[in-house]
Write a protein that binds this ligand. Sequence first.
Ligand code: NAG
Ligand code: NAG
Ligand code: NAG
Ligand code: NAG
Ligand code: NAG
Ligand code: NAG
Ligand code: NAG
Ligand code: NAG
Ligand code: NAG
Ligand code: CU
Length: 831
Amino acid sequence: MADNETSINSSSRKYHIGNEQKEKKSFNYCSHFFVLVVFAVGLVGGICIGIYVYHDNKSDNSCLNQFSQGAGANTGGSITTSTQTKASSDGTTPSTAPITNIRQCPNRNPKDNTPYESSLFAPLTVKEMTDVSEILWREKFITTINHAPRSLDENFILYMYLFPPRKEDAIKYLYNNGSKPGRYAKVHIQRGAEHVPDIMEYKVGPLGHPEATVTQLTTPGEIHFNSRPYDGVEVKALDDLLHTDMKVLETIMRESFDNATFPKDLYIFYYNGPPGRTTEGRETRFVIGFPALEELDVINLLPLSGTVHNPGNNVSVWYSHSYYYLNQGPYRTAQDLVHAYENNTIRKVTLPAGYRNNLRRELFPERDTSLPPREYGDQPGARSYMPKGPRFSISGTKVKWMDWSFHISGGQLKGPAFFDIRFKDNRIAYELAVNDIALAYSMDASGQNGIIYMDATYGILGGVSSTKILPDVDCPSHAAVLNTSYWDSYSQKALDMDSICVFEADGQEVLWRHVSPNFAGGMRNRHLIVRVPVVVGNYDYIFEFQFYLDGKIYTMAKASGYIQASFWDEYNPHAGEDKTRDAFGYRVSEYQTGPIHDHMFGFKVDMDVIDSNNSFEVVHWKAGDILGALKTQSNITNVPPYFIYNQTRYVEYETIQKEAGFKLSYEQQKMFVMVNNNKKNKWGVKRGYLIAPLATGAQSLPDVHPAMKALSFTKYHVTATKRKEEEPYLSSIYDINRMDNPKGYLDLMLNNESIVNEDIVNWVTVGFLHVPCSEDIPMTARVESGFLLKPFNFFDKTATFDMPQYYEGQDGMNVEHEPAVDACVEPKTKY
Ligand SMILES: *[C@@H]1O[C@H](CO)[C@@H](O)[C@H](O)[C@H]1NC(C)=O
Ligand SMILES: *[C@@H]1O[C@H](CO)[C@@H](O)[C@H](O)[C@H]1NC(C)=O
Ligand SMILES: *[C@@H]1O[C@H](CO)[C@@H](O)[C@H](O)[C@H]1NC(C)=O
Ligand SMILES: *[C@@H]1O[C@H](CO)[C@@H](O)[C@H](O)[C@H]1NC(C)=O
Ligand SMILES: *[C@@H]1O[C@H](CO)[C@@H](O)[C@H](O)[C@H]1NC(C)=O
Ligand SMILES: *[C@@H]1O[C@H](CO)[C@@H](O)[C@H](O)[C@H]1NC(C)=O
Ligand SMILES: *[C@@H]1O[C@H](CO)[C@@H](O)[C@H](O)[C@H]1NC(C)=O
Ligand SMILES: *[C@@H]1O[C@H](CO)[C@@H](O)[C@H](O)[C@H]1NC(C)=O
Ligand SMILES: *[C@@H]1O[C@H](CO)[C@@H](O)[C@H](O)[C@H]1NC(C)=O
Ligand SMILES: [Cu+2]
């Protein structure tokens, strides 16, 4: 029972902090909101032996000495060094002892040659995607292949990704000698060439077989053409349409924006999603901006905006309207705006001459060498390495490490995913997957207020932007890197990118410890990390999955990159006395304010506690009088005399009968536990796994907001539904673009089905509220949220005692240490 209580305590502390944050309402990145999850940073420090590689053995050897002593290692063999005292350990008294013959650490490539295609769950490969596009071309599903579509009148492939096998078939194959399911692609086709244009979805496969077929998944017209995401063809058509308006606005641009002209110095930003509030009337709000970043610059947006009415594929019926300048409007046409501007009936802004010259410098994240250096700042920082090579292996996309195994999967829209996660031969989750990221902005700016992005609509793992692993920045250089492919709708080609890294992390901290008069024991916390940095427009997200030696899985979502800003108007009539902030945020630089928004990450967590026959329990953390507490379990009428207070805390166990969503609350704390009623631990307790959101924000928009159906996954932190093949994701990529008629949102899944002894999916939503401040310029330094899956009566005891650890008995007899280490230098090989 003691174990149990500890668990409850520690999780509840997490809730506590999470909700404390929520109470403050105005917390933001700048106020250490994320301190709670700093534990995840385990990678920064390191044993500094690796420094030698970069310093040609010239640096002092204090690390090496410390290391040899500390690890109690066998330092013989190929390493010769003097055994220094600790004098030099702070680096201030460099030793001059020469170091020679330092051997490279052994390295084994953790990856074998198994092709991705042979894995059941591997993301589609470039070859598979190319094959699919050829099949679709041959069968006349598309009207263009291998080059950008020329107009909106074409049928072309928008997206493509793995259509995972049915769970039943996969389980049969993986556990019961069933036949191997084939690999299939899910394809979205934009059909502008049809009489009634629409979007269609198809299933193509089995891949790699001559008899691969195309199966229609939707009916013509079911997915409205206007609910499609933006693509390159549309943006080009919008640019063409607005060209004359931009000429009309030239005087305003020159006078207001430091003599800028379009398109030389200015660009049009279109992605102020969603495109209107109704499916039929696609409306694209655009804002003029300086392209200081030479790409998507969403910081230097200017107070000049308009809207294009652009439904359907007949560009000749599109028109622009609702022009605004410095939030003054709407003007029906650009001409009307210019007229008002020229007859001086509106307020004007004039950026100082030369303003544009500084933009690049302000925004590019370059080192500022004019600043004084930090002490030791140019010396390499701490590093970690693998003294005997990797302890993990990767076959295709299946990863194994320390009794863990899982398949890496995923696709370009929804992002990374895992299948068949096992620990010590027990299945823990069938699927753990990123599903969507929602951002809702509030700001006082024409063209931009009320922006809502649902990032899966644009593609999380490849889509609008690609990504790559920054060597030694995203992941240590000893990480193994996997590539994934995505379908690029602009070029109609499959591209691949280095996107996923896998490595064992040295947490450089304790996983457990106890020191008593009789013994001292502990275990260093090492864990396997799968990290996936992605780029979605201005933001970079890093998804990280940490597998712990004791059976825990931390799933983290981190954000960095550029904020989307709005123009700071010195004479903003809506700001109060203090013009440096308004109702939606602070001034963050010379002409920008940072509008408030959130980042809510939605995950699919298809837990299988040993098997799929599970129930979902909520353990309510309560407080009340003793009698009330005891009465939750028996018909007691008198309080036993040994209770010394009348009040107590207690827990109440609830088995959730029907599908339901739960929001965390500060006052009513809850633990969410997936249990298997048929499997008990040694103590007779149902085996289970805890699902614990870490510090998280919550949705605060009311349900009446027109986008709340599409966004319904943000209303709950944990939602349990009966698993269905037809409910693969917690949101639809089209719904935010058809918010008056959404068809695939989470609330639709909540239809009172029983979830007792059933296959259950948990949809977990966590995230943070972002109140940008000056330190978000130029770059938002990493912030994060996440959730924890933790064994909860799953094992009979702490699951780590099958591992070497640190132990010293009082008598000095029973001594154990981690395996000895021969000092060595990091190999430069990359995997
Ligand atoms: C990864 O790269 C290799 C080598 O370039 C290529 O053969 C493979 O198809 C790529 N994988 C994917 C998923 O595209
Ligand atoms: C697996 O199935 C095949 C054919 O379905 C059969 O020949 C084989 O004996 C089976 N293996 C086991 C271990 O059951
Ligand atoms: C504005 O730019 C034009 C060229 O586009 C240049 O001829 C003119 O001198 C500039 N005016 C000022 C005030 O810099
Ligand atoms: C596009 O719209 C214009 C103007 O309404 C119309 O004349 C033309 O026939 C339309 N084109 C198509 C292909 O429907
Ligand atoms: C200025 O221009 C606006 C927009 O065209 C017009 O409505 C207004 O009457 C004009 N005012 C004067 C004083 O000309
Ligand atoms: C408590 O009393 C009620 C009514 O007398 C009875 O139905 C119930 O079974 C009792 N519960 C327990 C746990 O004894
Ligand atoms: C505890 O409750 C009992 C019964 O309701 C009451 O008589 C007693 O005064 C209470 N004690 C305290 C310290 O409140
Ligand atoms: C589920 O049941 C509740 C109460 O039993 C009811 O109010 C609700 O309408 C039901 N929902 C659906 C989708 O059937
Ligand atoms: C799940 O477990 C329950 C309780 O033991 C049992 O009644 C039910 O038949 C099981 N369901 C399946 C699909 O095995
Ligand atoms: Cu943000």
